[in-house]
Design a protein. Structure first.
Length: 347
């Protein structure tokens, strides 16, 4: 399971206030010690456009990242890459982005999709030559707030051009939370068929309509094992109003662990980082596990920080028979499986 924490970029970029550099450094240093192996630390966008991330170079210089954690930075264009390369030894991956709809791309970066692809191809080529791993992220891949339906074939055509230009990973963003689980299931089945087995497919869901984790499960069932998420459920897109953040990393990790899927992440350490960012921002955050805490089965804690595998955690069967393992889990908890009778503990 691959989880990229994107809060320090996707999250801090969307806060109305500028988070102090020292706080960013402290929070990133905490996140990279939770067992997360991938983090998007900042972005080399123009400081006058996104003042929240104007300190990119300083953040990269000051963070202390353990061996084995890949640091990614967002690169908007060739100029951004030039600036980032001044700190080349401080990061491992870049990601570039564009939108799947012409209107969203125009409003976001004032270019047509084709103009974006030409510019990004140059960025990807140069980045690969520098030995950087490359991800291309496609925003509004599951629906656009301006244009509505986005044909998946168009998304895959854009993805293929990113791959041809050097992207080893393509992220599909549900930027304004329009996707539903059945759509996600069909989407990733078609994406794999269209793009082949060599490219890593990453799901980037937002929780705008509360369907983020349901969409994760649908993607898992289609074999997707790479996700992006934000601690505290930070992030979001200013349009449309009311859009919330990415799915919370701690909610994602909690769900995966409860399904018997290990992540290597220490959930308590992650929750401590989420509490710390809540304190810095001084407002309630969208994350559920941050409020409710981890599920407590009243068993001795696993000393490793990785959950043990007690009887009630039945490994998810990653196919359409997933319902069977849910029934097994219910039986193991002393509850009847679906259709076997009533649960009378609560009336
Ligand atoms: Zn996002």
């Amino acid at each position: 399971m691959r989880i990229r924490e994107v809060g320090p970029r996707d999250g801090f970029q969307n806060e109305p206030e500028v988070v102090a550099t020292a706080d960013k450094v402290r929070l990133i240093d905490a996140l990279v010690r939770t067992g997360l192996r991938r983090i998007e630390a900042t972005s080399f966008v123009r400081a006058d456009v996104i003042p929240q991330l104007a300190d990119a170079e300083e953040v990269l210089a000051r963070i202390d990242v353990p061996e084995g954690v890949a640091v990614s930075v967002l690169i908007p264009n060739e100029r951004g890459l030039e600036n980032a390369l001044r700190a080349r030894e401080r990061f491992d991956e870049i990601n570039v982005f564009l939108s799947a709809s012409e209107t969203h791309n125009r409003k976001n970066v004032n270019r047509s999709i084709d103009e974006s692809l030409v510019g990004l191809a140059a960025v990807l080529g140069r980045a690969r030559a520098e030995g950087l791993r490359c991800e291309g992220v496609i925003s509004v891949a599951f629906g656009c707030p301006y244009e509505g339906h986005v044909p998946p074939a168009r998304v895959f055509a854009i993805a293929q051009r990113l791959v041809d230009a050097g992207a080893q990973e393509v992220g599909f963003g549900d930027t304004t939370g329009m996707a539903n689980p059945l759509q996600v299931r069909a989407f990733f089945e078609e994406a794999r068929a269209a793009l082949g087995d060599d490219v890593e497919l990453t799901a980037h869901f937002h929780n705008t309509r509360g369907q983020g984790l349901a969409n994760v499960l649908a993607a898992l069932e289609m074999g997707v094992d790479s996700f992006e998420s934000s601690f505290g459920e930070l992030g979001g897109c200013p349009v449309p109003a009311g859009a919330t953040g990415n799915i919370a990393t701690e909610d994602l990790v909690s769900m995966l662990h409860e399904m018997g899927i290990s992540t290597g992440v220490d959930l308590e350490a992650l929750l401590a980082a989420a509490r710390a960012v809540r304190e810095v921002l001084g407002r309630p955050l969208g994350s559920h596990t941050l409020v409710a805490g981890p599920v407590d089965w009243h068993e001795p804690a696993a000393s490793s920080g990785v959950p043990a595998d007690p009887g009630h955690r039945v490994g998810l069967v990653l196919d359409r028979n997933a319902g069977a393992s849910i029934d097994q889990a219910r039986r193991a908890r002393g509850q009847p499986a679906e259709g076997e009778g009533e649960v009378l503990e609560h009336d």
